[in-house]
Design a protein around this ligand. Structure first.
Ligand code: MG
Length: 427
């Protein structure tokens, strides 16, 4: 019925179980939009525990994932690299996919293991299973894994779930109830950290993998003031809520600095004193933003569509407060919105010169800046083009893992010996 998996909370746990260096808890929501949380302005969402994190931690206003869909976004979170490098494109992995996150990619878990960390992944994975489970988290540096390897709508799947403590408790309907359930789970986790006395030595970082699936109407998420949602390279597809919580180390506040899921691996490596992988990383260390609320080292963010190709390159690029769209395209996931740029019938459109928006003055990307007769904006355009050219010269597309296709025999099956698959896997 739906593809709103955000109650399938991803939790990545990295624990030293000692006084120093710190523990890390990464909380990764699924399809949660910029405007979905109470602490991000939603009027009827009930998210007291995430609000508590935001009130006691650092809340980001300009935080980005790297893709408007699940698998590539998750690949970037765990590797600190754009998905085009690791080959997690086009689209997402399926239950019978032959490919997965390549084993020669270095995940956050693999960065931390040499430092003696215990590691666990809980929840949706969506980075492949492969033959004999070769792409599962336990092959990617995690000691433990408990979860489902794909989105819940690719299995027998459930509608948005809310338990007895959450069902019917919010003003927002089924989506709000599921979000409340999700928030309760985070509350339980925070209580456990408090009871075990490790709160002051644990960085908790919360964000989401991509924007809201607007095609689900009121049962999809909400992008707040941002344009479009899941599947698009507009802000609604890739700008996410993000909160960093570490009492005694991170001062409560709000930051408007630009940061990304790409930056989490280098930041964790820095805080743990771990070595960075010897590969081309796209992330930058954001420790100074977290600890001292200083300026970001990140000046640019690039936006690839769900099906990136070398022929087109990046679709958009943010430089400082300006974002330039070289291509725009709607998406099925963002259907039903009244904005005609969002649904799938908004076909691929090239923009030369690019559409440029000032995201500080116009976060909704409503009003492209008029370039004609504006020498300062012409100079900005030239700078943006140069940054784009330099970035694309550094981009080597990895072999597409998703184009390797599917094999029904690889699908997780409740009756592994049955045949023919996948039809017999109905237990
Ligand atoms: Mg998702």
């Amino acid at each position: 019925m739906d593809n709103i998996g955000f109650f399938v909370l991803n939790t990545f746990l990295f624990c030293t179980c000692s006084a120093s260096p710190p523990n890390f808890v990464l909380l990764f929501a699924d399809d949660l939009g910029f405007g979905d949380l109470s602490c991000y302005g939603h009027p009827s969402s009930l998210t007291p525990n995430l609000d508590r994190l935001a009130a006691g931690g650092l809340r980001f206003t300009d935080f980005y994932c790297t893709s408007p869909v699940c698998s590539p976004s998750r690949a970037s979170l765990l590797t600190g690299r754009y998905q085009t490098r690791s080959g997690i494109y086009p689209g997402v992995l399926y239950p019978g996919s032959r490919g997965g996150l390549p084993l020669n990619e270095t995940t956050i878990a693999e960065v931390l293991k040499p430092m003696g960390y215990a590691t666990a992944a809980i929840g949706k994975w969506h980075l492949g299973v492969g033959a004999n489970g070769m792409f599962l988290p336990t092959r990617q540096g995690f000691d433990h894994y408990l979860g489902i390897p794909y989105s819940h709508d690719m299995h027998t799947h459930y509608p948005q779930y809310a338990g007895q403590g959450a069902a019917g408790r919010t003003l927002r309907g089924p989506f709000g109830d599921a979000l409340f359930e999700f928030d309760n789970t985070i509350g339980n986790l925070l209580t456990t950290l408090e009871k075990t006395g490790v709160t002051n030595n644990t960085l908790v970082f919360f964000t989401s993998d991509n924007g809201p699936e607007l095609m689900r109407l009121s049962r999809g998420g909400n992008a707040g003031p941002l344009k479009c949602g899941k599947g698009t390279t507009y802000e609604g597809g890739m700008r996410e809520p993000a909160i960093a919580f570490w009492p005694g180390t991170i001062r409560p506040g709000v930051t408007h600095e630009m940061a990304s899921t790409l930056d989490i691996l280098p930041t964790i490596a820095s805080l743990a004193g771990a070595k960075l992988p010897q590969v081309m990383l796209d992330g930058v260390d954001m420790t100074e933003i977290l600890v001292n609320q200083e300026k970001s080292k990140r000046e640019t963010m690039v936006f690839y569509p769900t099906d990136p190709a070398e022929k087109y390159g990046l679709f958009a690029l943010r430089l400082g407060k300006y974002k330039a769209h070289f291509y725009t395209q709607g998406a099925t996931h963002s259907g039903t919105t009244p904005d005609q740029d969002c649904p799938v019938f908004a076909v691929l459109k090239a923009h030369d010169p690019p559409l440029i928006f000032d995201l500080e003055a116009d976060p909704s990307e409503h009003y492209p800046l008029p370039l004609t007769g504006k020498p300062d904006l012409q100079a900005l355009l030239e700078r943006i083009k140069k940054v784009k050219e330099q970035f694309e010269a550094s981009m080597v597309f990895g072999e597409s893992q998703i184009s390797k296709g599917t094999d029904p025999d690889l699908e997780p099956c409740c009756n592994p010996q049955c045949s023919p698959k996948p039809g017999c896997c109905k237990c």
